[in-house]
Design a protein around this ligand. Structure first.
Ligand code: DX5
Ligand code: ZN
Length: 229
């Protein structure tokens, strides 16, 4: 059952110190991260630019962990091949960016890679329901994508609960991932209670207040013993 899955923590490098990116990724890896979340933004699907293939390649050189690659770009099918290089690479596309979502998902699966679909706060669960059986992840945005450090939108947890129910009832294997504003407070706990089993955390892990190891430990501690409702 999804609610009993081990909770995975995926630090988002968007909040890292880019002058020391390799070291930050190594720190997160050593601190016990499960995945490294990588936000690719094109300035069109979202109102911000981040980085592309060259930087993702450099991140891959700095960790043995799977890269959880969140594509916030229009027409992602054109660029997907350049982001799938290691056997463990995982791709997440946005439902809103893919008119042929089934085809896009199938193409990633055909490469033998794990695939997820993300939905924005304003997008209903129905946008992903028809492809849910094929997914390894469904990513529920808990902020409007484009920037780190935004406030968690608690209403999005209704969609997490709805997705968990569908996944359980239908016997699908997709994990539910939440992304945006997740911290070592009620936001992480409530996400896990609602049914999320992957927590993306950017500023909660990479910040100037505390070392990455301490931030990871605090986030883990905040969900210790917390289970899906
Ligand atoms: C937002 C990105 C997130 C972001 C999360 O568009 O998809 O992954 O890095 O950052 P925090 O955890 O700071 O909200
Ligand atoms: Zn993200």
């Amino acid at each position: 059952m999804v609610s009993e899955a081990r909770i995975l923590i995926a630090p988002s490098v968007l909040a890292a110190d880019f002058a020391h990116l390799g070291q930050q990724v190594r720190d997160a890896t050593a601190a016990g991260a499960d995945l490294i979340h990588v936000d690719v933004m094109d300035g069109r699907f979202v109102p911000n630019l981040s980085f592309g293939e060259v930087v993702v390649d450099a991140i891959r050189q700095s960790t043995h962990l799977p890269l959880n690659i969140h594509l916030m770009i229009v027409e992602p099918e054109n660029l997907i091949p350049s982001f799938l290089k290691a056997p463990t690479d995982q791709i997440i596309v946005h439902a809103e960016a893919c008119p042929h979502l089934h085809r896009t998902v199938s193409r990633v699966k055909d490469q033998g890679k794990q695939v997820g679909v993300a939905i924005n706060p304003g997008t209903p669960v129905s946008a992903v329901e028809e492809v849910l059986p094929y997914l390894d992840f469904v990513l529920v945005m808990t902020v409007n994508p484009g920037f780190g450090g935004q406030r968690f939108i608690a209403k999005a947890l209704d969609k997490v609960r709805r997705l968990r129910r569908i996944i359980q009832e239908e016997g699908y294997s997709a994990r539910i991932e939440v992304d945006g504003g997740v911290k070592a407070d009620h936001t992480a706990q409530e996400s896990v209670r609602a049914g999320a089993s992957i927590l993306v955390a950017g500023t909660a892990i990479f910040n100037r207040e505390e070392p990455v190891l301490q931030a990871m430990e605090r986030l883990r501690a905040s969900i210790s013993g917390v289970r899906g409702e």
